[in-house]
Write a protein that binds this ligand. Structure first.
Ligand code: ZLM
Ligand code: CA
Ligand code: ZN
Length: 390
């Protein structure tokens, strides 16, 4: 059997509630909460649970969620039932709050939302109370939810709630988003404050890729009286970016941002739909490269809140998040890249049974991000950082 030792000199806390995993968005909906079960099975098979403080996430209260969300919206979320989608008296609200194919009304929806949000709020509080240096909630990271609107599989913005907790203790918080989609909900929530610097890397194609925001020049409203001007950094990418380019870009952008902004804490959204072969994504990243971003973020030694996000090929989502858990525990060099025999649902990891399967050559997309384009992005981020003081 496998057992990972606790890291020396810092504590990692793990926040999860298995009840989250039991929710279903519907038949062929790409979001599968079950990927969290697979992640946990891998983490346990490697014995990583021995090296962390494990907490059962409690449900966020209505009041906690109301720190960001409007009461009307939360009231609707609390009382809707499957079937309301087609009920005439609810149709105004269904439209107003953007429920539909992307954001369906399913059994236990409010319970699902309050549990994943509770995990992130708990994780943020652990960091604030000096009870952990790194706190993980893989069920969180739902970055598209707005104050009074569901969007892109997200209903409650747990990230915003977590950042609001961190802002009680830290003058400046940096948010980093490596999901293949733009972190629009978090950006928008903080775009009139200079106390949060948001940075999102994403595929950008205004008319053909969700949500269509996050252009390079989308840097926050530049009204002279808006302290949040310039505090949204966007790194728009094209199809097929590879490991080497992405890691280089991540180092260049994040290194410069941390140096300039000097945040007191970092929130990292690790959406795994930026991996190659994702059902919705279009990048060519391997599990190791995705993990390299987590490893680099950890080197700053700042309180770190790590959340999940997208990720639509469950076997790869769980590989990435298990590997990233091992990085946060400094155990990535110790664990065997061959998936342990003891893991539940082991057949999902065949035929290679490796944490780091090679990307299928057939499904690889051409890299449409020339070096010159990436160099321009970095240059532009440096220019934007001239407006920012830490
Ligand atoms: N249609 N079913 C990422 C959120 C991406 C908007 C186009 C809905 C889908 C997708 C839903 C079974 C995160 C859009 C899509 C069909 C308008 C998106 C239900 C397939 C299905 O088969 C599906 C009936 C569904 C949804 C595909 N939706 C693919 N891409 C995006 C939202 C969330 O990863 O960033 C964080 C968790 N929506 O492109 C449409 C424009 C709705
Ligand atoms: Ca992103
Ligand atoms: Zn995504």
């Amino acid at each position: 059997t496998y057992q990972v030792a606790r890291p020396k000199g810092y504590r990692v806390s793990w926040h999860a509630n298995p009840a989250v995993e039991a929710h279903h968005f519907g038949q062929s909906h790409p979001m599968k909460p079950w990927r969290l079960t697979l992640t946990k099975q891998l983490v346990m098979a490697y014995g990583m649970h021995h090296a962390m403080d494990l907490y059962l996430a409690r449900a966020a209260t209505y009041e906690e969620m109301a720190e960001f969300h409007e009461a009307d919206y939360l009231d609707f979320l609390r009382q809707v039932m499957p079937g309301d989608m087609d009920r005439a008296e609810q149709s105004d609200n269904v439209v107003r709050f953007n429920f539909g194919d992307d954001c369906p009304i399913f059994d236990g929806l409010y319970n699902y939302c309050s549990l994943y949000a509770g995990g992130t709020v708990d994780a943020a509080r652990k960091l604030c109370n000096d009870q952990a240096e790194i706190a993980i909630n893989w069920s969180g990271g739902l970055h598209h939810a707005k104050k009074a609107e569901a969007s892109g599989f997200c209903y409650v913005n747990d990230i915003v709630l977590g950042i609001l907790q961190l802002l009680r203790h830290h003058p400046r918080v940096m948010y980093i988003d490596i999901d293949v989609h733009h972190g629009d909900g978090v950006e928008q929530a903080f775009w009139s404050t200079d106390r949060v610097l948001t940075v999102s890397f994403h595929k950008y194609d205004k008319d053909n890729f969700f949500p269509g925001t996050g252009a390079l020049d989308d840097t926050g409203p530049t009204h002279p009286l808006n302290p949040g001007a310039h505090h949204s950094i966007n790194v728009p990418l094209n199809d097929g970016i590879d490991d080497e380019s992405y890691i280089q870009l991540y180092h260049d952008v994040i290194g410069a941002c941390v140096e300039t902004y000097r945040p007191g804490a970092i929130v990292l959204q690790c959406g795994a739909d930026s991996l190659g072969c994702d059902r919705l994504g279009c990048f060519n990243l391997n599990v190791r490269a995705h993990g390299a971003c987590v490893a680099f973020t950890k080197t700053f030694g700042l309180p770190l809140l790590v959340v999940g996000g997208g990720g639509y090929t469950p076997r790869n989502v769980s590989r990435a998040w298990a590997h990233e858990t091992s990085i946060l525990l400094e155990a990535d060099q110790i664990i065997d890249p061959t998936i342990p025999d003891s893991v539940a649902f082991r057949t999902h990891f065949g035929p290679d049974y490796s944490l780091f399967p090679p990307l299928s050559e057939i499904r690889k997309l051409e890299n449409k991000n020339p070096r010159s384009y990436l160099a321009g992005l970095v240059e532009s981020v440096h220019e934007q950082l001239r407006y920012i003081k830490g």
